[in-house]
Write a protein that binds this ligand. Sequence first.
Ligand code: KQY
Length: 374
Amino acid sequence: MSKLLTATPRHDGFRMPAEWEPHVGCWMLWPERSDNWRAGAKPAQHAFAEVAAAIAQGEPVTVCASPGQYLIAREMLDPDIRLVEMTSNDSWIRDCGPTFVVNDAGEVRGVDWKFNAWGGLAGGLYFPWDQDDLVGEKVVELERDDRYAPDFILEGGSIDVDGEGTLLTTEECLLNPNRNPDLSKAEIEQYLRDYLSVDAILWLEKGVYLDETNGHVDNFCRFVAPGEVVLTWTDDPTDPQYEISTGAYERLKGMSDARGRSLKIHKIHVPAPVLITAEEAAGVDKVAGTLPREAGNRLAASYVNFYIANDVIVMPRFDDPHDGPAQKTLAKLFPTRRIVTVPGREILLGGGNIHCITQQEPLGRRSFQIAGAA
Ligand code: KQY
């Protein structure tokens, strides 16, 4: 049903759209592993259900849950959310799911990258990751889309595009020897050009301080419109984040995008450091091969990890004085969308946030098929 394609999206006239372009829906995976999520993942499940409900205000949501969790998820999710059974190792579909690409005729295809749990045996976050690596293929198959399967390790959270030929990423992640150690920077860039149809690749040095993904850009710096980015920021020169953010700001100031525009940079201040409590750490099972959670460790909290749905922006909040200003900035940048905030702490305790647990699927021409069938 879903054909494996051997050319590249660029060759075939397909590109990765920006996240603000129309979606047919959003995909999520249901959390359950107790060595990453505290208290048997129950608080995380409530948080994921809240994120799904918030996104469902703006577009259809599909959640994938394991056979053992199917009925539990069905009970906890709103009835308008589609639930399908799917096995995975954890719940970060931004990273293990497909990247959808579209062409000018509105056809949609999937790029099914290789996934190694953010570093494989050289610093990856858990073992094994074989079921996560199948998620991209399974989602694309369910959608009856054709699929590209490059021999290239990439997580969706490590890139961000403007849909007009420009891509943002970090050296900390994409040039990390635990991803594609046999490829040079030029070869890595060529994969991005070929499989996402981008022409300008904007390299930042690092991502958010202590981000366990090796500096995913989706937690640090994102496009909000062609020629405009939001950047995780702090005014506190004693915070290690300061040097990272000011360094990125300086680089961004000197960059131009694929259309030759210089970038307008909007700063979004981080919340006060979010530290794991003793109770939270004690609730996570310790398992060899999985990154342990220690009390007092700082988490990579950032408002930039929001999701852009058709009608709403879903933004994490941390019950911090910076919540309001972050929300106001996004409201100004996305005037046609409502900003919905959901509690970010439980998701952050697992190592990421809202953008990391979601994957948009572009509308493409399926809209006409749906309309025609009605
Ligand atoms: O932030 C992400 N994109 C994923 C984080 C994975 C954490 C696994 N413990």
